[in-house]
Design a protein around this ligand. Structure first.
Ligand SMILES: CC(C)(COP(=O)(O)OP(=O)(O)OC[C@H]1O[C@@H](n2cnc3c(N)ncnc32)[C@H](O)[C@@H]1OP(=O)(O)O)[C@@H](O)C(=O)NCCC(=O)NCCS
Length: 187
């Protein structure tokens, strides 16, 4: 996989054209805006299924993106971002197992910006990232989701993931524990 590689275009439920592609170095400003709007949302919405809790700086984001681009080019990560009217509105990545015994297994993360949810973008990202994982030779992918996040569970099931277990009380936020559902797909 190459950074910036385009996978497909589709129309959202609101008839907007979205491009799905791998992230690239030129996304630095958009990626910073994307991550910080999720962190801000997490800090006022105690139920948001995002655990990143610190705003990023241009420097920290540049370091993160540099490592990510290198990981994509070396085959250690599969990346799918969603771009709408030149703005980064969704992001997903699968980190391939680093140890030999887990080489055919990946761990997935995904988020879509608040204003762009429920328009079909998340499911298209999921289907595309699964397809890219299959192409990369992965055999299984896992993800974790808050048990209080029925929308995300719905999207993951639509993409072929199934619940394989739960971790009671894994999340502790604002004085409250939340269970985690572990989901997986066999490719
Ligand atoms: C989870 C997330 C990635 C899904 O992306 P999205 O673009 O909103 O997803 P889509 O628009 O493709 O699909 C949303 C689906 O959930 C359904 N949905 C919405 N609210 C729901 C609810 N409370 N319960 C069940 N389903 C719900 C919608 O009807 C739609 O399904 P349909 O197409 O069958 O009608 C996105 O909502 C998000 O980033 N949420 C906040 C962060 C987060 O939770 N990330 C996941 C961490 S594990």
């Amino acid at each position: 996989m190459k950074a910036g590689q385009i996978y497909k275009q589709f129309r959202t439920k609101k008839d907007k054209i979205v491009t799905l592609r791998a992230i690239q170095w030129e996304d630095l400003d958009g990626a910073l805006e994307f991550v910080n709007s999720l962190v801000d949302e997490r800090n006022y919405d105690p139920d948001l299924g995002i655990i990143l809790d610190k705003r990023q700086t241009l420097e920290s984001e540049a370091e993160w993106l540099g490592q990510k681009v290198a990981s994509i080019e070396s085959g250690n990560q599969i990346s799918v971002v969603a771009e709408l009217d030149g703005k980064l509105v969704g992001n997903s990545e699968v980190e391939r197992g680093r140890l030999t015994d887990e080489f055919y297994h990946g761990k997935l993360g995904i988020a879509v910006l608040k204003e762009y949810r429920d328009q079909g973008i998340g499911l298209e990202i999921m289907k595309t990232v699964v397809e890219q994982c299959r192409k990369a030779g992965l055999k299984t992918v896992e993800l974790e989701v808050f048990a209080t996040n029925p929308r995300a569970v719905h999207v993951y099931e639509a993409a072929g993931f199934r619940e394989v277990g739960r971790i009671p009380k894994k999340i502790f936020r604002k004085g409250r524990h939340t269970d985690i559902i572990v989901m997986a797909i066999e490719l």
